[in-house]
Write a protein that binds this ligand. Structure first.
Ligand SMILES: [Zn+2]
Ligand SMILES: [Zn+2]
Length: 360
């Protein structure tokens, strides 16, 4: 028989969890494993709120078991390390992103692409190697194998840096992989939310010329003045879309609401790539000719592996890249979820876990 969250492990933990598809989060006492030989235990200081958290707590992808404690943009301070841990010591600043385990024997794992391992273990709502469930960062502390723990660069802020662990790497990785990381390349970013604003910052730091596509004309000022995008196009405006025809080497599409990709493919130069990182529920309508006539490509990309995530954090620290955030206490989390659903946040909520989560 499955053990209760409180009694699976010896170490008491405290956090916020959803207990049913209403997705309402409330305090939960659960447990975490004792620090194993290769484990790093840390006190959680900050945790970003990702749109995936909302999908999971409402079981919108049909894979959720309750109770679920979300959060995969987690930063904190190491409090204990196992006897065989090599990379970390007590007091170090660390982060954990979307993954806490993988098979370590497949082709993807061998290539440092744990995010494409078929047996990857996600940071929350998954079954760990020992058969118990994983709990995310809306909680007082965290324990993970050191391989899945990131070293936090000294000059990278902990609170506004937290969202880099999902939103950051999800946009950095495709920019790198698809060659959109060079001075002068022309990159489009569709959607200006948590992912989109990170994509603009990384693309600009790589030296790319960036065009933001948004359905909201009011976002022009934020895009051009705030984020230093070079161009802004209202994607509903056919005339503006036509003016962008055949101008871009690649596009990072972050939108998770249903939308048409034909106008975006039209904005690509020959050999251009449209990379999907948002995940609309409805399938896209794709005409073969829209690809054939310019040898264009539609691709997808998930988060990056651990090696690349560390590289991304170091790059962000070097170039002063953080997320624009609104820092909230944990008892505001349900309100924050509602606001996120209405895109009423610039651009990421981050929970001030250590200062607002008090165990009873
Ligand atoms: Zn995420
Ligand atoms: Zn693997």
């Amino acid at each position: 028989m499955a053990k209760s969250p409180e009694s699976e492990h010896p170490i008491k933990a405290y956090g916020y969890a959803a207990r049913d598809t209403s997705g309402v989060l409330s305090p939960l006492t659960f447990s975490r494993r004792a620090t194993g030989d290769k484990d790093v235990r840390f006190k959680v200081l900050y945790c970003g709120i990702c749109h995936s958290d909302l999908h999971f707590i409402k079981n919108e992808w049909g894979v959720t078991t309750y109770p679920i404690t979300p959060g995969h943009e987690i930063v904190g301070i190491v409090t204990e390390v196992g006897s065989k841990v090599e990379k970390f010591k007590v007091g170090d600043k660390v982060g954990v992103g979307c993954i806490v385990g993988s098979c370590n024997s497949c082709e993807s794992c061998a290539k440092d692409l744990e995010s494409y391992c078929p047996k990857q273990i996600l940071t929350y709502g998954y079954i760990d190697h020992d058969g118990t469930r994983t709990y995310g960062g809306y909680s007082d502390h965290m324990v993970a194998d050191e391989h899945f723990v990131l070293r936090w660069p000294e000059n990278l802020p902990l609170d506004s840096g937290a969202p880099l662990l999902c939103a950051g790497i999800t946009t950095y990785s495709p920019l790198r992989h698809f060659g959109l990381d060079k001075p002068g390349v022309k990159v489009g970013v569709v959607g200006l939310g948590g992912l989109g604003h990170a994509a603009v910052k990384f693309a600009k730091a790589f030296g790319a010329e960036v065009t933001v596509f948004s359905t909201t004309p009011a976002k022009k000022q934020e895009a051009v003045e705030g984020l230093k995008a070079d161009h802004f196009i209202v994607s509903k405006d056919q005339k503006q879309m036509q003016s962008a025809a055949s101008t871009l080497d690649g596009i990072i599409d972050t939108v998770s609401a249903s939308h048409s990709i034909a106008p975006l493919l039209n904005a690509l130069k020959p050999d251009g790539k449209l990379v999907l990182v948002g995940a609309p529920e409805k399938s896209f309508d794709l005409a073969a000719f829209s690809l054939i006539t310019g040898r264009k490509m539609v691709a997808g990309s998930a988060t990056g592996g651990l090696k690349e995530t560390q590289e991304m954090l170091d790059f962000a620290a070097k170039h002063g890249i953080t997320a624009d955030i609104e820092l909230i206490p944990i008892d505001y989390v349900n309100t924050a979820m509602g606001r996120m659903l209405k895109s009423d946040v610039k651009y990421r909520f981050v929970i001030d876990v250590a200062n607002s989560l008090k165990a009873p």
